[in-house]
Ligand binder design. Structure first.
Ligand SMILES: Cc1cc2nc3c(=O)[nH]c(=O)nc-3n(C[C@H](O)[C@H](O)[C@H](O)COP(=O)(O)OP(=O)(O)OC[C@H]3O[C@@H](n4cnc5c(N)ncnc54)[C@H](O)[C@@H]3O)c2cc1C
Length: 457
């Protein structure tokens, strides 16, 4: 069946559109974490929307399942062929239109990396509101599909808030063009572009997006502020959320800072290493706002800090950001990482941070637990290294605690294949069956990402 499908696709896309070289297949079958790996008979490389539509229609005819793939930086096992699916690599869809300066918008192909988009819009005097550590590899298609969040959600919201319009090939093989003109107001029925944000490749393959841009930062001040207790850092975050021009509010803990220091062979900029620290950034599109003073005043309104390192130039700010952004890479360097990416209600955050290390230690004695995250959004990342790759015990215990505290088992990474068992407990049976019904309507034969979100049998 697959051979007939691949022959048909080769006939439409040409030989360069169907790759079966075993080395390429192996590379594309494992994700950034190394935890999720599968097997695939082929990687398809369509060059445009029409070719993506040909692939999906052909897959329906031959009953072949597909996994759309961008940069493979997704962290929940959604982008690799765990059931032997054929991969659709979208990176040749790399259209990058000129910035529409009148609207403050741009249209991009799904395969464009975030870094390329950022550079492109910066050259035209604009900025993009979402930034994530995987910017050099993650694609806009993957970021739409996972509704990526990242460092500046406190200021601009997640991908969903930047997406004005979308082009996608639905599971039916039809091409959906939803508000590609980028109208800011369009109340003509369902928000279909919004529906595809966070759909994790289960409803359609995103081929292009119309994105809103924001004013570039003219001046910024960033500080790494230490606190004597985790409770103090969480209390400080509550105060800092109200700071004018807040641009980022991130949490790191002492053990994570020490690991990053060993990795970077550089001393932690706060000595001695504090139990907890906030990376706080304020930024303005107006120059001359004396943001460092503004930041100091905002910090002074909370619990007394245990030291602070402040940066106002771009290279110094990037160095401070490194203390936060190196965390996923440092964890990955320790071994296979078991990840939870959760949101807690503000009132439960300190308790969660206090309880998790002991909880993990009970499930997996000797494991290393790293806690960090986008505290401004109540979003914490739990990284556990030590347990066997298939041992879900520690993360299951963490997610049980999250549900008991009325949080969410996935803040920004999505459900993928990794968190499927948790979806109904999180959202309830009615919501899950509504999602499955939408999925059946837009992908009647179940060709798109069958193992993801609400698995198809
Ligand atoms: C170092 C690092 C830091 C990160 N930081 C953040 C962060 O701060 N915030 C955050 O939210 N996430 C973060 N992530 C995870 C995040 O989900 C991804 O980086 C990004 O959104 C995925 O883009 P990708 O192109 O790599 O997609 P992939 O990993 O290739 O795919 C992800 C999912 O989207 C689907 N998909 C991919 N392309 C398409 C398409 N064109 N149409 C439909 N479906 C598609 C796939 O099938 C899969 O289910 C981080 C990851 C890493 C490795």
């Amino acid at each position: 069946v697959v051979d007939a499908f691949l022959d048909e696709v080769r006939g439409r896309l040409g030989p360069q559109g169907v790759v079966t070289d075993p080395d390429v297949l192996r590379t594309h079958s494992v994700d950034w974490t190394g935890r999720w790996a599968g097997r695939t008979p082929a990687v398809l490389r369509p060059a445009g929307t029409a070719e993506v539509a040909e692939v999906v229609r052909s897959a329906r005819r031959h009953a072949v399942a597909l996994v759309p793939q961008g940069g493979r930086t997704g962290l929940v096992g959604g982008s690799v062929p765990l059931r032997g699916e054929v991969l659709v690599d979208l990176r040749r869809l790399d259209r990058l239109d000129p910035v529409d300066a009148a609207a403050g918008q741009v249209t991009v192909g799904a395969g464009v990396t975030l870094q390329r988009l950022q550079d492109h819009v910066a050259a035209a005097g604009w900025a993009f509101g979402v930034d994530i550590g995987a910017r050099g590899t993650a694609t806009l298609g993957g970021m739409v599909a996972t509704n990526a969040g990242g460092n500046h959600v406190v200021r601009y919201g997640s991908m969903r808030h930047q997406v004005l319009g979308l082009e996608a090939v639905l599971g039916t093989g039809e091409v959906l063009a939803a508000n590609l003109a980028g109208l800011v107001k369009d109340n003509t029925g369902f928000d279909l572009a919004g529906l595809l944000c966070g759909s994790e490749g289960t409803l359609g393959i995103v081929t292009a997006a119309r994105l809103a841009l924001v004013a570039p930062v003219a001046e910024a001040a960033t500080a790494l502020v230490g606190y004597r207790t985790i409770g103090d850092a969480v209390a400080a975050a509550a105060t800092l959320r109200r700071a004018p021009d807040l641009h980022a509010l991130e949490l790191v803990l002492g053990p994570g800072l020490d690991l990053v220091a060993a990795h970077q062979q550089a001393p932690v900029p706060l000595a001695p290493t504090p139990p907890a620290a906030l990376l706080v950034e304020v930024a303005s599109s107006r120059a001359g706002s004396d943001l460092a003073a503004q930041l100091a005043a905002a910090v002074a309104g909370g619990p007394e800090p245990a030291g602070a390192a402040v940066a106002t130039t771009a290279p110094d700010r990037a160095r401070l950001w490194g203390w936060r952004e190196a965390h996923p890479e440092v964890a990955a360097g320790l071994g296979i990482v078991h990840k939870a990416d959760v949101t807690l209600p503000a009132a439960a955050t300190a308790r969660f941070l206090d309880e998790v290390p002991a909880l993990v230690e009970r499930c997996a004695p000797g494991a290393t637990t790293l806690l960090y995250g986008h505290l401004g959004d109540g979003n914490l990342h739990v990284n556990v290294v030590g347990p066997d790759p298939d041992d879900d015990g520690p993360i299951d215990a963490v997610l049980d605690l999250v549900l008991a505290l009325d949080g969410s088992v996935s803040a920004e990474h999505g459900i993928g294949t990794a968190k499927v068992a948790w979806l109904e407990r999180q959202r309830g049976a009615v919501a899950v069956s509504a999602m499955a019904a939408v999925r059946r309507a837009l992908d009647p034969d179940g060709v798109l990402n069958p193992a993801v979100l609400t698995p198809r049998t």
